[in-house]
Structure formats: structure tokens, C-alpha cells
Design a protein around this ligand. Structure first.
Ligand code: GUN
Length: 296
């Protein structure tokens, strides 16, 4: 058996086009343009790439985009003051503070200073709590993208056995909440899980988000399962730099029913969902109907 490849790049392009269509209508009907502010502290090269890419996609979707680049030695109080100004600015519907922050800054304090209604990352404790209690929340972009792909592939997820490997606040935990919300039976596995292979083999839906290159081999995958690979790991193979996931793609694709590739799977969906969240935040702030299919 050879798995269906879930094309995240193509799916993300569809989501971005859908967002752009809604943005154009918002503008025509209500004179409103969604706006996203991205804050980058320091000059981490990977973060620079993400931030530039976010800015470009935001503008392409017809939204306003602002970048706030602060030096690595910025005082926590100055960062909090900037967030206060963005919270108060009615043109800003979404605020994203790129992580990781420099060590002298308390990330939790900064994230929780963002107006929850503008928290397009869905990291504020208020949004975490709303998601956990099944209320309307801003949902973290990466797990939202995974959920969209799963719904697109399966229709209903009700009753499916879902296993997430990884328990991060950014992916593993919110992913579990979303799968539970769609009536899956959910297990969160992690580095201390006993017999991880056996736990993975139970999964109809296997979501890998651990950040360890190719750690999940094909023989941990239940035949016909859907595998969502969130990992983006840089490795060297045959003298060349390559991007690989947390799943060993070659062996898993022979067993799975469907699988996301790396690159071109989950990655492109994350930015598409950031745009979707910015649009959603804008609609909610103006009391307008939210776009269908772009939220959890
Ligand atoms: N750094 C790595 N992933 C993320 C993310 O999803 N949001 C933010 N703000 N920073 C990140």
C-alpha cells in the first residue's frame, strides 16, 4: 500500500485565497481592512525568515502588515509598552510576538499582556482556557492547520483514535483539545511514554510534534492510518542539507493511508491559518459574521 500524500502547499494556497476573498469583501462592504502586527525581538535567523514570510503573505491577502523589530537587549518593560500601544490601536486586529524571546524577558508575561481578542497565536491563558472548555477562542495556527487538513481528508473525525506525540503548549496540547472537540479518543504521548511504539500503533490519526528527525518509523504506524507530521528538522544526508519531519517518511508512506510530507505539509498551513486568525479577529472585533471553514 502507498499512502495518499496530503498536499499542504496546495491546501494552504486555497485557504489563503479564501482569506483574500473575505478580506476584499470586508473592505468593499464595511471599509474595514484586517491588520497584523508582528513583533520580533533580536535577530534569530530562523525567526527573521518566518517574520519576513508572514509579512509578505499578509500583504498578499490584502491585509495591513506591520513589523516591529526591536534589538535583542530591549527591556521587558519596553516590549510590554509596545504591546500596550498595539492593544489600544483599533487598526491592529492581530498581534504576534515571535518566539523564542531573549532569555531576560519573561515570555509568559509578554504573551499574557496581549489583548486575548488580538492574540492570533492563541497562546494567551484566556484563549487556552476557552479552547479547553469548548468556548470560542483564538486557536494556535499549527494545530488549526492540522485540524483543517484532517477534516478535509476524513469529513467527520468522530470516534477515531488519535495519538499526538509531543506535549508542547504550541502544538501538542492544543492539538489534543481540537481533536477532542471533534470527538476523537485522544492520547498525548511524550518522551516518557512507556512503549511509545505500541501507543502509536493504536492511532487512526497520528500527529507527530516532537522535533526529532525521523524518530517515528513506518512500523509504528497502523496500516491505513492518517499521519500528520509537524516536525521541521534540518539534517545533513549524502553531504546535503535537508528538511525532514519527525516521521520516517519513506517507511511510513508504505503503511499509512495518508501522510503529510516535509516540506510541503503542515508548514505552509501554519501561515495560512495565521491569516485566517487575523481575519477572524477582525470580524469578531467589528461584530461581523466570521468566515466559515476558517475557524475551529
Ligand atoms: N516560534 C515558533 N513557532 C511559533 C509560533 O507559532 N508563534 C510564534 N509567535 N512564535 C513561534
Amino acid at each position: 500500500m502507498t499512502a495518499t500524500i496530503i498536499d499542504g502547499k496546495e491546501f494552504a494556497a486555497r485557504v489563503r485565497a479564501e482569506v483574500a476573498r473575505h478580506v476584499a469583501r470586508l473592505n468593499a462592504d464595511h471599509g474595514v481592512t484586517p491588520g497584523l502586527s508582528v513583533v520580533l525581538v533580536g535577530a534569530d535567523p530562523a525567526s527573521e525568515v518566518y517574520v519576513r514570510s508572514k509579512g509578505r503573505s499578509t500583504v498578499e491577502a490584502g491585509m495591513n502588515s506591520w513589523e516591529h523589530r526591536l534589538p535583542a537587549e530591549t527591556a521587558e518593560a519596553d516590549l510590554l509598552a509596545l504591546i500596550g500601544r498595539l492593544n489600544a490601536d483599533p487598526a491592529v486586529h492581530g498581534i504576534l510576538v515571535q518566539l523564542p524571546l531573549p532569555g531576560h524577558i519573561d515570555s509568559d508575561l509578554v504573551i499574557n499582556a496581549i489583548d486575548p481578542a488580538k492574540d492570533v497565536d492563541g497562546f494567551h491563558i484566556s484563549n487556552v482556557g476557552l479552547l479547553g472548555t469548548g468556548q470560542k477562542a483564538m486557536v494556535p495556527c499549527t494545530p488549526l492547520g492540522c485540524l483543517m487538513m484532517l477534516r478535509d481528508h476524513h469529513g467527520s473525525l468522530a470516534g477515531m483514535e488519535a495519538v499526538g506525540v509531543g506535549r508542547s503548549n504550541i502544538v501538542g496540547k492544543p492539538m489534543a483539545q481540537l481533536l477532542l472537540g471533534d470527538s476523537c479518543t485522544v492520547t498525548i504521548a511524550h518522551s516518557r511514554t512507556r512503549d511509545l511504539a505500541a501507543v502509536c500503533r493504536r492511532a487512526d490519526i497520528l500527529v507527530a510534534a516532537v522535533g526529532r528527525a525521523e524518530m517515528i518509523p513506518g512500523d509504528w504506524v497502523k496500516p491505513g492510518a492518517t499521519v500528520i507530521d509537524v516536525g521541521i528538522n534540518r539534517i545533513e544526508r549524502d553531504g546535503r542539507q535537508r528538511l525532514v519531519g519527525d516521521v520516517d517518511f519513506a517507511s511510513a508512506a508504505r503503511v499509512a493511508g495518508a501522510i503529510t510530507p516535509v516540506p510541503g505539509g503542515v508548514g505552509p498551513m501554519t501561515i495560512a491559518c495565521l491569516l485566517a486568525n487575523t481575519l477572524t479577529a477582525c470580524c469578531r472585533s467589528h461584530g461581523l459574521e466570521e468566515p466559515e471553514g476558517l475557524t475551529a
